[in-house]
Design a protein around this ligand. Structure first.
Ligand SMILES: NC(=O)c1ccc[n+]([C@@H]2O[C@H](COP(=O)([O-])OP(=O)(O)OC[C@H]3O[C@@H](n4cnc5c(N)ncnc54)[C@H](OP(=O)(O)O)[C@@H]3O)[C@@H](O)[C@H]2O)c1
Length: 311
C-alpha cells in the first residue's frame, strides 16, 4: 500500500503515518518495529531518548531488513540535555545504531537541571520538577541548528511548543522548525495553534492520535457512527481524519494486527471521509468533548489552551 507523504518546509518528504514507540516496553518494541517495517508497510518510526527503548527500536529496524535509507527515523532531545544537544543526539544515534536521523525534535520546551538528582526527571526538595530557569530555549534551538549544519540530522523541529514557546525561538532562528509534534486528536484539535503553524510553514505532527492508553475516543458515539457509515473501524476514522487534514499521524501499538490495521485503515479512511464527516469531527471538542490526555506536571506555563492550572 502506498503511504502518502508530506513535503516539509526544507523539501524533505515524510511518510504521513509513523509508528509511535512511547510506552512500548523494551522487550516488545523490537518485534513491533520489525513487524511494522517488514510486514505492516511502515517507513517511519517515532522515537525519543526519553522513552528508554531506543536500543531495542534500533534492533527492530535492523532485523526488519529494510535498508536504513528507506526508513524515516525521528528522535527527540530530552530536557536534561538542552545545553548539550549534540551529546544527547550522539547517544540516540549510538542506541539506534545509525549515523544520522531524518528528524530531530526538542521534546518539550522545558530545560531541566542537567546536574539534578535524576537523569530524566530531576526534582527539587519540594517534589516539583527541577527546571533550569537560567537556560533559554532559543539557545537550545541554536544547538539544534548546529547539528543540522553538521549533517547529523536531515531536519529539525519541535514538540509541545505553543505559540508562546515558538515565539521564544522564532525571532533568532535561522532555520524554521520543520514540524511541531503535538497532542492532536478529535478531542484536542488545537485549531488555532495549527493555523499559526500553517502561517509559518511548520507541519503539525499528531501524537496520541487515538487518545493514548485506555482511550475514550475509540468508543465515541460520533466517531463510531461515521465508522459504521463507511465500514471502517473507529481507529481508522480517528487516524484518517488527521491524515485528511494534512498532519503526520503517529499511532503507537505493539499488537501486530493493530499495527497493520492502523496504517491501512488510516489510508482507507482518508479516502472515504466526506467533508460533512470532517466538519462533525472538527466540531466535537468545541461541542463539549475537549480533553487532553498528556499533561505532565511541568512547573512552568507552557502557554497551551486547556492545560491544567499550575500548582
Ligand atoms: N512528543 C511527545 O511529547 C509525545 C507524547 C506522547 C506520544 N508521542 C508519540 O506519539 C505516539 C502515539 O501516542 P500514544 O502512544 O500516547 O497513543 P496512541 O497512539 O493514541 O494510543 C496508543 C494506545 O492505543 C492502543 N491501540 C493502538 N492501535 C489500536 C487500535 N487499532 N485499536 C484499539 N487500540 C489501539 C495501543 O495498544 P497496544 O500497543 O497494546 O496495541 C495503546 O494502548 C507515541 O508512541 C509517541 O511516539 C509523543
Amino acid at each position: 500500500m502506498a503511504v502518502p507523504t508530506i513535503k516539509l518546509n526544507n523539501g524533505i518528504e515524510i511518510p504521513a503515518i509513523g509508528l509511535g514507540t512511547w510506552q512500548s516496553k523494551p522487550n516488545e518494541v523490537s518485534a513491533a518495529v520489525e513487524f511494522a517495517l517488514k510486514e505492516g508497510g511502515y517507513r517511519h518510526i517515532d522515537c525519543a531518548w526519553g522513552y528508554g527503548n531506543e536500543k531495542e527500536v534500533g534492533e527492530g529496524i535492523r532485523t526488519s531488513g529494510v535498508p536504513r535509507s528507506e526508513v524515516f527515523i525521528t528522535s527527540k532531545l530530552w530536557g536534561t540535555w538542552h545545553s548539550r544537544v549534540e551529546e544527547c543526539l550522539d547517544q540516540t544515534l549510538a542506541n539506534l545504531g545509525t549515523d544520522y536521523l531524518d528528524l530531530y525534535l526538542i521534546h518539550w520546551p522545558v530545560p531541566l537541571n542537567p546536574k539534578g538528582n535524576h537523569p530524566i526527571f530531576p526534582t527539587l526538595p519540594d517534589g516539583k520538577r527541577d527546571v533550569d530557569h537560567s537556560w533559554s530555549i532559543a539557545d537550545t534551538w541554536k544547538q539544534m541548528e548546529a547539528v543540522l549544519k553538521k549533517g547529523k540530522v536531515k531536519a529539525i523541529g519541535v514538540s509541545n511548543f505553543s505559540k508562546k514557546k515558538l515565539d521564544e525561538i522564532l525571532p533568532t532562528a535561522e532555520v524554521i522548525p520543520a514540524v511541531n509534534q503535538l497532542e492532536i486528536h478529535v478531542y484536542n484539535p488545537q485549531h488555532g495553534l495549527i493555523d499559526y503553524l500553517k502561517s509559518k510553514g511548520i507541519t503539525p505532527q499528531a501524537y496520541s492520535p487515538l487518545g493514548s492508553t485506555n482511550s475514550p475516543l475509540l468508543s465515541d458515539e460520533t466517531v463510531t457512527e461515521i465508522a459504521g457509515k463507511h465500514s471502517l473501524n473507529t481507529a481508522d476514522v480517528l487516524l484518517g481524519y488527521l491524515v485528511t487534514k494534512g498532519y503526520v499521524v503517529l499511532p503507537k501499538s505493539v499488537t501486530p494486527a493493530r499495527i497493520a490495521a492502523n496504517l491501512t485503515g488510516a489510508v482507507a479512511a482518508s479516502k472515504k471521509l466526506e467533508s460533512a464527516d470532517i466538519q462533525k469531527l472538527d466540531g466535537l471538542a468545541a461541542a463539549g468533548k475537549q480533553k487532553r490526555f498528556i499533561t505532565p506536571p511541568w512547573p512552568v506555563d507552557l502557554g497551551f489552551e486547556h492545560w491544567p492550572k499550575l500548582v
